[in-house]
Unconditional design. Structure first.
Lengths: 385, 504
């Protein structure tokens, strides 16, 4: 492959502007101020391994669903029903864990979730009804199914064997200290190699260097012991996979094209219907999986569990700069958005600030983020369409 | 009373005006011409108050003004009719016309009176209560003109008002323009790509090139060739004529269409040979776009058989692309491009397999392809990283064509590939079509500019009201005959089927 004579210009101002990097800045700012505040006030240190792993654990299910939500938003659709699907799948998991065995229950719960996704997607794609309206309906209807299935009561797993298996599924822990150190070093190496190859600084190298340093330092400071629970590891792997597919593969390119201009994508030979339907199924399947983890965590299920979670999921995607009109979004930033929301909650708890203020602050953060993205967008483009 | 526009510079990154002089007088029609990217749009935006000039003076009625908003310009008596008619499709005609007016009621008796008065002044009747979304494009254009008149403007800026109109609809616009300038003594700035209407309609002409005025003259005594030369700077115009005379050898059939029908398209049979260029002459709503979409498999409701190299095609755009068909749709940004993608990402979309291995994209190969396209079609863009929505119309069109040039395409379906673009880009695209035919590709071009078809095609079919009405070898017909055939004696007003593409 011949190298173009003029390497593409880099817009540093844009690459590190609020619009592109805002969510990272906000997250770093929040974490640093929480760390200082906790140290100053003599509370439990925010940056302790215990607290960090705790925040990650709390974020994991939302982050996983938000990553899938990002995909569906990128294709230009919307899914409000994720929390209900997760609840249904959790209910099926808890309800059948003893009769079908844990593996059987897992299959049943995933099957139900995928069916929900197919239902949502088919109504939207084949009847042509707006996704917002369809999933607003299924949000209520699927929650209704949960009530019917549980008969309005709490379900519980009591068989000793099933409990043990569920514990093993959800409660497993992994020491990722060495992996983190290794990943940090690899990221530093990638940055170095890229610098040598390009013979100039590009934004990616700076991100890789900072990320690599942070990972390696964190691991080193804790003597290479960093114990994470299964949901965190699963979420990390899942998000990494989605990010890879969206960024480097033809499938990812088509996903963005479908959201950017469905008609142009269709006339370029992309099967728009399949991609959009696939996004619905992915979104519901991920919600179902998150529901299974949730069910396995509590080994019981109340009919109203996970209510309202869809709003946190969508808020995370918006904080991450995902466009509600399709065609733009990044799963990594969405995860940063989820971490931001849960760090806020966690900080409120640690600092013993009134929980009453929490909702207000979170809401303001979401609107402020959306404002930054919109205003930044308006300036970058000319006023005409 | 006059608007004297001495010098203006507009400092943005790419498109800048480097000193434009323009005098527009009351009671005259002033023609403004220029290639894509010459700065016409920027100039219009300054006149309409959407942008502020960064240097020079805008003098209006003898005193210098600085408009900071379209509303301000409007209040001073300047109204602009934009190219993509910004009407509210869900409101009625009268509501759109008086959209800028304040008052409590949506429609009151006073408005009805002034609307009736407007109709009388212009001599064109519109139903005030019809919904704009139900109107034909020509009628919408008239609504936009009414809107401008309702503000009581003395200077009316018209940005390519006839670009998407059929010929009878154009006549109405011409008549209105003449009446406004001669009878009502308005000043009119008329922006157009059509040289014939500029010579027929205007009193004075100004030509822009690369952001500066290069040519100013009264229209009387000018010939089209002079203006064309001023626009492109060279005698590119002559090229178009030269390609016309040729005898060509064409190969065996590539495309066979039997009994193909679709909503807006009566059953049609068609055969296309290898290396042949087939022109489809037809006016708006004649079923020409429907024909291309049906062949391409993009119309779910199409019926009938399409065979490419003897193979029966499934009705799916994916199958069409895989089999080697390419469609360049009429609406560039609506159907042809992903506006927020860079040139390179748009370029590789139909043939991602060629720049990837096992589904993994090769970024360098993709960008290289974008650069190659810029070079091959002389696309005016800083590099392949440019976002396509920042490109001018002609350059965006080149991208929509270029994205098909790097895969094994045998049949190109081009829907109005030269609409709304300047002569320079037009000539390049027509030349590219001939070049593709020399390479043994087959091409179908739809166009409402019949002299283009005469220049580029081997064979021409004429469509009217959704059916094929004639088929002629290109050397055995002429523009006049095509026009008569396409217009027909019973020229019922063509609309509805295309409103979708332009509306909203």
């Amino acid at each position: 492959m011949t190298q173009p004579k003029n390497p593409p210009r880099i817009d540093w101002k844009r690459a590190f502007g609020l619009r592109e990097m805002g969510v990272y800045y906000a997250l770093i700012l929040l974490v640093v101020s929480l760390a200082f505040l906790t140290a100053y006030l003599g509370k439990a240190n925010y940056l302790s391994v215990q607290n960090l792993t705790n925040v990650l654990y709390q974020t994991s299910l939302t982050a996983m669903m938000a990553a899938a939500m990002t995909v569906i938003l990128v294709t230009g659709n919307f899914d409000l029903s994720v929390a209900s699907v997760a609840a249904l799948s959790a209910a099926v998991m808890v309800g059948t864990a003893e009769s079908l065995g844990v593996a059987g229950a897992f299959g049943a719960a995933m099957g139900v979730a995928i069916l929900c996704g197919l239902l949502n997607g088919s109504i939207v794609m084949f009847l042509g009804i707006n996704a917002f309206i369809v999933t607003l309906g299924t949000l209520t209807a699927i929650r209704g199914l949960v009530l019917i299935y549980t008969d309005g009561r709490s379900l519980q797993v009591s068989g000793a064997e099933a409990v043990a298996q569920l514990k093993a599924l959800e409660g497993a822990t992994f020491d990722v200290g060495p992996v983190m150190l290794l990943a940090g070093l690899v990221m530093l190496a990638v940055a170095g190699v890229s610098l040598l190859r390009e013979k100039r600084l590009v934004p990616m190298q700076i991100g890789m260097t900072l990320g690599g340093l942070a990972l390696a330092a964190l691991s080193w400071a804790n003597e290479m012991v960093f114990v994470l629970r299964a949901p965190v590891v699963i979420t990390a792997v899942f998000v990494g996979l989605v990010w890879f597919v969206l960024t480097f593969t033809t499938v990812g390119r088509r996903v963005y094209a479908v959201g950017g201009n469905p008609e142009a994508a269709r006339l370029s030979g992309v099967n728009v219907t399949a991609y959009r339907l696939g996004a619905f199924v992915l979104c519901s399947a991920t919600a179902g999986f998150a529901g299974i983890l949730f069910g396995a965590r509590l080994r019981s299920m109340t009919p109203t569990a996970l209510s309202g979670m869809e709003l946190t999921v969508i808020a995370s995607a918006i904080l991450g700069g995902t466009s509600l009109f399709g065609g733009a979004g990044s799963v990594i930033k969405t995860v940063a958005g989820a971490l931001l929301l849960f760090s806020l909650t966690n900080g409120f708890n640690i600092l013993n600030l009134g929980a009453n203020y929490q909702g207000l602050i979170e809401g303001i953060v979401v609107v402020a983020a959306a404002a930054i993205y919109t205003v930044g967008n308006g300036k970058a483009r000319s006023k005409t369409s | 009373m006059q608007l004297k526009n001495v010098r203006k510079t507009f400092g943005l990154y790419v498109h800048a005006l480097r000193g434009v002089d323009l005098d527009i007088h009351r009671g005259r029609v002033h023609g403004l011409l220029g290639a894509n990217g010459a700065g016409k749009s920027t100039l219009i935006k300054i006149l309409s108050g959407a942008y502020a000039a960064t240097g020079g003076q805008v003098i209006w009625r003898g005193s210098e003004v600085r408009w900071s908003s379209p509303k301000q310009a409007n209040d001073m008596g300047v109204a602009t009719i934009h190219q993509h008619i910004p009407l509210v499709p869900t409101l009625s005609v009268i509501e759109n016309v008086f959209l800028g007016q304040t008052g409590l009621w949506r429609v009151n008796a006073g408005m009805r009176q002034s609307f009736a008065a407007l109709c009388d002044r212009v001599g064109y009747r519109l139903d005030p209560d019809a919904l704009v979304s139900d109107l034909s494009i020509g009628a919408r254009q008239m609504v936009a003109i009414f809107q401008a008149l309702a503000t009581g403007a003395d200077l009316i800026v018209m940005d390519e008002p006839t670009a998407s109109l059929a010929s009878d609809e154009r006549e109405i616009v011409y008549a209105t323009v003449r009446k406004l300038s001669k009878v009502e003594n308005k000043a009119i700035l008329f922006v157009s790509h059509f040289l014939d209407e500029i010579t027929a309609l205007t009193d004075e002409v100004t030509v822009l090139r690369d952001g500066a005025t290069v040519f100013r003259s009264p229209t009387r005594g000018l010939v089209e060739a002079q203006i064309a030369e001023a626009i492109v700077g060279k005698e590119v115009a002559a090229m178009e004529k030269a390609t016309a005379s040729r005898a060509r050898h064409v190969g065996e059939p590539v495309l066979q269409v039997t009994g193909l029908s679709a909503p807006g398209l009566a059953p049609i049979d068609l055969t296309l040979n290898k290396g042949e260029v087939l022109g489809v002459a037809g006016l708006l709503g004649s079923g020409r776009s429907e024909l291309l979409h049906a062949i391409y498999g993009a119309d779910r409701f199409a019926r009938g058989e399409v065979r490419l190299n003897g193979q029966l095609m499934r009705r799916s755009t994916g199958a069409a692309v895989a089999a080697g068909m390419a469609l360049v749709p009429e609406d560039r940004f609506g159907q042809g491009l992903v506006p927020d993608f860079e040139i390179w990402r748009n370029m590789t979309l139909p043939a991602l397999d060629r720049v990837s291995r096992f589904g993994l994209l090769d970024h360098k190969a993709e960008v290289a392809r974008g650069e190659a396209a810029i070079k091959r079609l002389a696309i005016k863009a800083p590099d392949a990283q440019s976002i396509v929505s920042d490109l001018s119309g002609g350059n965006a069109q080149k991208v929509t064509i270029a994205k098909w040039l790097f895969s094994d395409v045998q049949l190109f379906l081009l829907d109005e590939p030269t609409a709304g673009i300047d002569i320079g880009a037009k000539t390049e695209i027509l030349r590219l079509v001939r070049q593709l035919a020399e390479e043994g590709k087959s091409v179908i071009i739809v166009s409402s500019e019949f002299e283009e078809l005469m220049a580029a095609c081997d064979r021409i079919i004429v469509m009217r009201d959704g059916r094929k009405v004639a088929e002629k070898p290109a050397h055995d017909t002429n523009e006049h005959e095509l026009l008569l055939l396409a217009g027909g004696k019973d020229s019922t007003s063509p609309h509805s089927s295309h409103d979708r593409a332009i509306g909203a």
